[in-house]
Design a protein around this ligand. Sequence first.
Ligand SMILES: C[S@@+](CC[C@H](N)C(=O)[O-])C[C@H]1O[C@@H](n2cnc3c(N)ncnc32)[C@H](O)[C@@H]1O
Length: 288
Amino acid sequence: MTDSVGETALWTLYHRSLAARDPECGLADPKAIELVEALDYPFAQRFGTDNRGWARGMAVRARCYDREVRAFLARHPRGTVVCLGEGLETQFWRVDNGLVRWLGVELAESATLRRRLLPDTDRCRTLTGCLLDERWTGEVDASEGVLVLAQGVLMYMAWDRVRALVEACAVRLPRARLVFDTPPAWFAAGTVHGWFRYPAGYRPPPMSWGMTPARLRELRACPGVAAALPVRVPRGAGLWWGVVAPVIDRVPGLRSYGPLSVTRLLFAPVPHPGRPAAAQPSHTREEP
Ligand SMILES: C[S@@+](CC[C@H](N)C(=O)[O-])C[C@H]1O[C@@H](n2cnc3c(N)ncnc32)[C@H](O)[C@@H]1O
């Protein structure tokens, strides 16, 4: 896992493992701790040890995605969850209901590592491939409902490719939903300018885009997109993630500037190519 985006899978794993050791974070993730202990990688040297704020933030994000999965499984217990760019996420073990079918899509090097550490089972497997290549949709059994997650990955892709992926999913997976990170523009710019460099030297890779009202309108105008909804961020630990971030997230107008922003797209039962943007539902808040 030598490229910088691939390494972010170790970065997020490390922070989830730190969060899992901190009861205040509310993230039970023993599998993440297990993986960090199993991997021969200098986590502490690379990412440092004074990471409480990042760990709390990763815990909030993981709990946000977990809540999306649990809400989906409550309605579709035998549904399929697809995780694009799954890296070394251990979410399956946090939310498994004993019935869900789980499909990860990963690039070759990361997929090989993942399968070595987390071997495929009959309900949980990793597919080697590029998430931008829609052939993975052919591997999805959509008979019991589909939830597609893209946690921490689409912001590293060119915006046009992201929009094309959304359009492909809407056509190939009608009725599915896609949940993904939509970082604010200031945060994406910060990664480009190196604002988040760690004292230990690690620098998160530059994000290609940040969410803006214009981009949101583009998503809503994609054929087959029935709605684009902000996902409410759970309350986390500490002053920032427990007070400031939730307030920002709940105040209309401020929300798009919050440090953690997640969006849920709902795909129409039958795609309507060419439907004018004005006919799309508005971007309103909805709780799972
Ligand atoms: C920041 S990591 C996120 C991993 C995981 N989703 C998480 O939140 O811990 C990004 C992951 O996306 C994967 N990735 C990057 N480009 C990809 C692509 N084109 N197709 C599939 N996976 C990709 C990387 O290998 C890496 O594992």
